[in-house]
Design a protein around this ligand. Structure first.
Ligand SMILES: C[S@@+](CC[C@H](N)C(=O)[O-])C[C@H]1O[C@@H](n2cnc3c(N)ncnc32)[C@H](O)[C@@H]1O
Length: 236
């Protein structure tokens, strides 16, 4: 396990807070967050995903950097028997997801409001049935590449927590980051890229709801890549 204190000490890159929330949104956040926020103890013990929910669920899926939560909420609505765990340190994004949880009365959503790496480190081996990293910040400058969410170290952790045969979905509209993601994912023998045709990675699958970032990017004329990987089944 990585040193949690070391990660905690490091910056979460990007904004944590944007414009001040309206009174109504702040009130919704204050009402909901105590019920659905995941908190980790300082020791960072292994906490099974089911321990964060008060209902019995078929499986648990993890979304890293859910932005304002449109994709996560859509998945939660379509799959009420799946526990959806989302990580997002940006407070206005957390508030966006809380609004959707409130509107749709989603009982199967839990939110971690800090660096996803802290939560990932707390999850037991083979505990997550599907992972999503949708449009992670590309950090285009070479000196910032170390901030990228898709990195060799984070892929090792994802490989540990994903179940045998679990799918990991990564979306990006940044071609250089797309090549980086492919190279880093395929360097790790635990993952297999799934592709049914030469260009299917250019089309969003029907069961992959659009996220806010993707819609904005399309409107600006950029093309996205929809990468799907399978956690190779372990031999034991
Ligand atoms: C470009 S946005 C995409 C948001 C959303 N996935 C979408 O497609 O609309 C990247 C998101 O990742 C979040 N993020 C960045 N670093 C993170 C980290 N260490 N843990 C969790 N989320 C993170 C940011 O706050 C931001 O909301």
């Amino acid at each position: 396990m990585r040193d949690l204190e070391k990660i905690r000490g490091s910056r979460v890159y990007g904004r944590r807070q944007g414009p001040a929330l309206t009174k109504a949104r702040q009130a919704r956040l204050d009402e909901w967050l105590p019920k659905i926020e995941i908190t980790l103890s300082a020791q960072g013990p292994s906490a099974a995903p089911e321990s964060h929910f008060d209902l019995s669920l078929k499986d648990h899926w993890l979304e890293i950097g859910f932005g304002k939560g449109e994709h996560l909420a859509a998945q939660a609505k379509t799959h009420p028997d799946i526990g959806m765990i989302g990580c997002e340190p940006f407070l206005n994004g957390v508030s966006g997801l809380v609004d959707l949880v409130d509107q749709e009365n989603l009982a199967n959503v839990r939110i971690f409001t800090d660096d996803a790496r802290l939560l990932m480190d707390s999850l037991p081996d083979r505990s997550i049935g599907r992972g999503f990293i949708l449009f992670p910040d590309p950090w285009p400058k070479a000196r910032h590449h170390k901030r990228r969410m898709v990195s060799a170290g984070n892929i090792v952790v994802l490989s540990r927590i994903l179940k045998d045969g679990a799918e990991l979905r990564i979306g990006t509209d940044h071609m250089e980051y797309c090549r980086w993601i492919m190279a880093h994912m395929l360097e790790n023998p635990d993952f297999i890229w799934i592709s049914d045709s030469p260009d299917d990675w250019r089309r969003r699958p029907d069961d992959w709801p659009a996220s806010r970032y993707e819609i904005k990017s399309l409107a600006q004329g950029r093309k996205s890549s929809y990468l799907r990987f399978i956690r190779r089944p372990r031999s034991t």
